[in-house]
Design a protein around this ligand. Structure first.
Ligand code: PRP
Ligand code: URA
Length: 208
């Protein structure tokens, strides 16, 4: 199933706090990273393992390690930075591919201003992180970019998703699974998710 709404009590609780308009920048920022870590836990449940021999305290033994090349985390700047440390807290060896995309406030079209992808993307799982999946324009553009660079295994982690954005990703890239803390109701006429979180970038960076 391509959309996974993570209804774990810790996720529900933290997201409920994040929806409060009076939450401080500090607390919003901390909770974005915490929910990102919880989504990472879910999105990494089926990663393939391989056996490896180690020297244990009582001699040699076989343990398991995650197979393949290191994962790349792909924050969509700016707001995606607000989830990056949460992912890295569980996958500290991951490589980071930064994508800069800003949505034009009037047309809602995604404009790309930065593309710094790591190498060997054909051998890596990419975990895209962005707090908000609204129209889906930013996410679809990011997936387009990753696939053009050879990436074949892509998952998207978003705090809140609108049905419109889920539909856009599903129709353009049905092979990409989405992990979200909540599927919200709809977009308003300005392209904001309702009930949503407001402008996630502004809330994370304190620019509102
Ligand atoms: C927000 C958000 C997503 C995008 C979602 O970023 O973080 O990247 O909008 O909207 P979409 O699904 O309609 O494309 P924004 O463009 O406001 O930039 P910022 O991260 O720099 O604040
Ligand atoms: N970007 C945001 O930050 N919030 C929304 O609700 C939609 C796009």
């Amino acid at each position: 199933m391509p959309v996974h709404e993570i209804r774990h009590p810790l996720v529900r609780h933290k997201l409920g706090l994040m929806r409060r308009a009076d939450l401080s920048t500090k607390n919003f920022r901390e909770m974005a990273q915490e929910v990102a870590a919880l989504l990472t836990y879910e999105a990494s449940k089926d990663l393939p393992l391989e056996p490896t021999k180690i020297d244990g305290w009582a001699g040699e033994l076989e343990v398991e390690k995650i197979a393949g090349k290191k994962i790349t985390v792909v924050p969509i700047l700016r707001a995606g930075i607000g989830m990056l440390d949460g992912v890295l807290s569980l996958i500290p060896g991951a490589k980071v591919s930064a994508i800069g995309i800003a949505r034009n406030e009037e047309t809602l079209q995604a404009h790309t201003y930065l593309e710094r992808l790591v190498g060997q993307l054909d051998q890596r799982l990419a975990l895209i992180v962005d707090p908000m999946l609204a129209t889906g324009g930013s996410m679809v553009a990011t997936i387009d970019m990753l696939k053009k660079a050879g990436c074949r295994h892509i998952r998207a982690l978003v705090l809140v998703a609108a049905p419109e954005g889920i539909g856009a990703v599903e129709s353009a890239h049905p092979d990409v699974d989405i992990y979200t803390a909540s599927i919200d109701s709809h977009l308003n006429e300005d392209g904001y998710i309702i009930p949503g979180l407001g402008d996630a970038g502004d809330r994370i960076f304190g620019t509102r």
